[in-house]
Design a binder for this molecule. Structure first.
Ligand SMILES: [Zn+2]
Ligand SMILES: [Zn+2]
Length: 313
């Protein structure tokens, strides 16, 4: 079905705009001198700098849905014209959907505190983890109508008519944000992927940037026209092997890309839709243009997200 004309918000095809394609810390990460961070600082063309994860979804001239509020959100707004204000006090950001409560996905909310009305979509758990007993977040409650929270119930679609999209939160194996571990019991609402459906065309994008296990992921991806998938780590021991930490990818609820149990092998059947790895950690060897890992990913038909990449839905 072609996009309908004359409905205000449908000026062109829906687009996914990758604002930030890096995982928490970005590339280069301030306290890291791994191979990739070092190459970026040296200006080596084989590795490109990346800001922290966020995606804008919408059509040009319409309101935009942001998936996650990155610590780099102000930079994302200034380098993306469709996110600029159109009036003296205004933002085209019509809603922000949070996939979990990790700081690299929510801390940007604090940068949007200039008494601008905001609509935030999250599970009840993610909202509670953010606003309950958290004095800093009260900066988004300066007036009673500053933030409108919309609860994402797992599996139920919410239509955002003004944006021309509908959003469904699908539980995905994840973990509590580090700062809430020990305070709350884990819940399926801690981490979700989003299915975003274009109301005009019916086309579907899946945004799944934190996937802790692949069991049941086929249902999440079924019928998708574009998939933005967890590209955080290439291998489970990526940080350990480089002496950069003790946590394995699985400990951080990210399935690695490589290996027999990795997403590249396990998702080989999903050859139809546009498939893009994003939320890529700075240590991931596939970030280097001349790496064997990059060649393997591209041979399998996957793309590697970069900041500013646009995907027409
Ligand atoms: Zn993240
Ligand atoms: Zn690094």
């Amino acid at each position: 079905m072609a996009p309908r004309a004359g409905r205000g918000y449908i000026c062109e095809r829906m687009r996914l705009h990758v604002l930030g394609s890096g995982a928490g810390g970005g590339l280069p990460q301030w306290n890291c001198s791994c191979d990739n961070c070092t190459l970026v600082r040296a200006g080596d063309a084989r590795v490109t700098a990346r800001t922290q994860d966020s995606i804008a979804i919408g059509s040009k001239g319409s309101g935009q849905l942001l998936v996650n509020a990155s610590p780099d959100i102000l930079r994302h707004i200034e380098r993306t014209e469709r996110l600029w204000p159109r009036a003296p006090r205004d933002t085209p950001i019509a809603a922000i959907a949070l996939t979990n409560g990790d700081l690299d996905h929510v801390i940007g909310l604090l940068s949007l505190r200039e008494s601008q009305p905001l609509r935030i979509l999250s599970t009840a758990r993610v909202r509670a983890g953010l606003v309950e007993r958290n004095a800093v977040l009260r900066t988004l409650a300066r007036t009673p109508d500053q933030v409108t929270w919309t609860t994402l119930e797992l599996g139920s679609e919410i239509a955002l008519d003004d944006l021309g999209v509908a959003v469904t939160a699908v539980p995905v194996a994840g973990k509590l944000p580090v700062h809430l571990v020990g305070l709350l019991e884990p819940s399926p609402e801690d981490n979700v992927a989003l299915r975003v459906r274009d109301l005009a065309t019916g086309r579907v994008a899946v945004v799944a940037t934190a996937v802790g296990a692949l069991d049941g992921v086929e249902r999440l991806l079924a019928g998708a026209d574009a998939i933005l998938f967890d590209g955080t780590f290439w291998s489970d021991d990526e940080l350990v092997a480089r002496g950069l930490g003790r946590a394995r990818a699985q400990d951080m609820a990210h399935v690695p890309i490589g290996g027999a149990a990795g997403s590249l092998a396990r998702l080989a059947a999903f050859a139809g839709p546009r498939r893009v790895y994003t939320h890529i950690n700075n240590t991931n060897p596939m970030l280097r243009a001349d790496s064997a890992e990059r060649a393997r990913v591209e041979r399998a038909g996957w793309e590697i997200a970069s900041d500013g990449m646009e995907i027409a839905l």
